[in-house]
Structure formats: structure tokens, C-alpha cells
Design a protein around this ligand. Structure first.
Ligand code: GDP
Ligand code: ZN
Length: 261
């Protein structure tokens, strides 16, 4: 309080014990990351979960979530779940697309257990926030990673609708193998309008290597002549679908920010 700091879930602090039940927080260490919703400090990475099918992935929503994670300084990994029901090899295609964009991708199935050990190793000794739309298998996955682990979701908002007071604080659930999982899904507030439209490109990691070829230093890769990013899309070095998401989100940010003015 003296330093006008409010402790957050996930903070690393120095405490001065007064007795067995009471201690004073003397110091809060500098935060590596600070998420707003859920309000948690020092999250190491996010696991963005989408299903390969049932439901089909909403690619714009997926790309939006990668932008939200990256813009919070939290490295995302993408998990495509329900591999067991994938008859057409769509999982493999999704993996290729997102690896080309520079993300780490895990294909998983709660039925065959494929990918579960990889995911377990990935979240060990880290603070992880899970994200993704409902129905993709987040809770089932978490339960496979550790028995009894699940995410708080629907029930909370139901209570709020009925006007009951519920504090919306998050908690960190300790993992048996070391590490922590945030108990509520991340990036549920999905607006990107806190970003300047021209800043969006910084959160598409695959653009970086091609931007040097752009004729204009301030190219935003939309309509400019001599754009290195558009050239890379034409030669399949950048996924056309990712680029379409970029254009869509760029326009969306422009439109919402215009409404505010
Ligand atoms: P959440 O809303 O993201 O937490 O999703 P749930 O964990 O509640 O799962 C939604 C539905 O998908 C449930 O009926 C699960 O049994 C099913 N499900 C979860 N993972 C898998 C999987 O790997 N394969 C298949 N076929 N179904 C799954
Ligand atoms: Zn460009």
C-alpha cells in the first residue's frame, strides 16, 4: 500500500512473517507479464485450444487469440484437440499452417491420449493460462493432465446474471508435476480495440522476416505497392488464410475505434 501497489494473483513477493497466521508483504517483485482478464501476474505462456472438428475452428477467433496473447507478452502455443475424429487430415494441415507462422503446435486427443504427454511436459514448472472457445475440450484436457483439474466457466456468469455477488478473482491451481494453471480461461474479452490498427502487424510473427522487403518503412501490408508481406503470401511463404485474418482484424479495429470517436 505504501508503494501504491496492489498484489495480483501470481505475484512473487517477499513476506515478513509476524506469527503463524499473519505476515506482511514487504516487496512485490517486478512482473514478467500482467494479464488483465483474468488478472494474473507472471503468466509464462498460454495454451490456445481449438478442436480440429466439432466444432470446426473459427480461424479469425483463433488468430485473434494469438494476437491477444502476444500483445500481453505471453507466448502462445496452439493445441488442436479431438485428433481422434479427424478423418481428413485437417489437423496436419492446421499444424503446418501455424508452424509456418512460427507457433508451437500440439495435436491432441483425450480419447487416444495423443499429445497429452507433450502438453504435460510443456506446462511443467510454468504458469499457464488455457484459452479457447467452449466445447473444444479444455476441461477434458486439463483433467487428463491432472485428475480433478477443470476450469471455472459458465457457472460464474450464470450467478452474475441472477444478480448474486461473486468475486471474479482467479486462482492458480498447483500441478502435481510442478507449475500452475490459471483456473479460468484466458482472453475471454475479445476486443482488440486497445491496439492501434497499425500496431496489429507486430503480433503476426511471420510478417517480420518479410517486412524488410516492403518499399515503405511504415507499410501496414494492406494496399501499399511493393509490399513484402503480400509478395510472401503470393509465394506461399505466408499462409493466405492468416493474411486474410490480418486484413479482417485490421478493418475490425479501424471500425470499432472510429465508432468511439
Ligand atoms: P470445454 O468447453 O472446452 O471445456 O470442453 P469440454 O472439455 O467440456 O469438452 C466438450 C466435449 O468434447 C465433451 O463432450 C468431451 O467429451 C468432448 N471431447 C473433449 N476432448 C475430446 C477429444 O479429444 N476427442 C473427442 N472425440 N471428444 C472430445
Ligand atoms: Zn508491407
Amino acid at each position: 500500500k505504501n508503494q501504491k501497489l496492489t498484489p495480483l494473483v501470481g505475484d512473487r513477493v517477499l513476506i515478513l512473517p509476524e506469527n503463524d497466521e499473519k505476515a506482511t508483504i514487504e516487496e512485490i517483485e517486478d512482473r514478467t507479464t500482467e494479464l488483465l482478464r483474468p488478472a494474473v501476474a507472471n503468466v509464462d505462456h498460454s495454451v490456445i485450444v481449438f478442436a480440429i472438428q466439432n466444432p470446426d475452428p473459427n480461424r479469425i477467433l483463433l488468430d485473434k487469440m494469438t494476437v491477444l496473447s502476444l500483445s500481453a507478452g505471453v507466448e502462445p502455443i496452439i493445441c488442436f484437440n479431438k485428433l481422434d475424429g479427424d478423418q481428413k487430415g485437417n489437423g496436419k494441415k492446421l499444424k503446418e499452417t501455424y508452424e509456418l507462422a512460427g507457433f508451437r503446435v500440439i495435436l491432441s486427443s483425450c480419447k487416444t491420449s495423443e499429445g497429452i504427454e507433450e502438453l504435460k511436459a510443456y506446462i511443467q514448472d510454468k504458469i499457464t493460462v488455457f484459452a479457447g472457445p467452449s466445447g473444444v475440450g479444455k476441461s477434458t484436457l486439463l483433467n487428463r493432465l491432472q485428475k480433478g483439474l477443470s476450469l471455472k466457466t459458465g457457472e460464474i456468469s450464470e450467478k452474475i446474471k441472477r444478480g448474486k455477488h461473486t468475486t471474479r478473482h482467479s486462482e492458480l491451481i498447483p500441478l502435481d508435476h510442478g507449475g500452475w494453471v490459471v483456473d479460468t480461461p484466458g482472453f475471454t474479452s475479445l476486443s482488440l480495440d486497445f491496439l492501434e490498427p497499425d500496431a496489429l502487424k507486430d503480433f503476426f510473427p511471420e510478417f517480420e522476416a518479410c517486412e524488410e522487403a516492403c518499399r515503405f518503412d511504415d507499410c501496414v501490408h494492406i494496399n501499399e505497392p511493393g509490399c513484402g508481406v503480400i509478395a510472401a503470401v503470393d509465394t506461399f511463404k505466408i499462409s493466405g488464410q492468416r493474411y486474410e485474418s490480418y486484413r479482417y482484424l485490421y478493418q475490425e479495429i479501424k471500425n470499432t475505434r472510429r465508432q468511439y470517436k
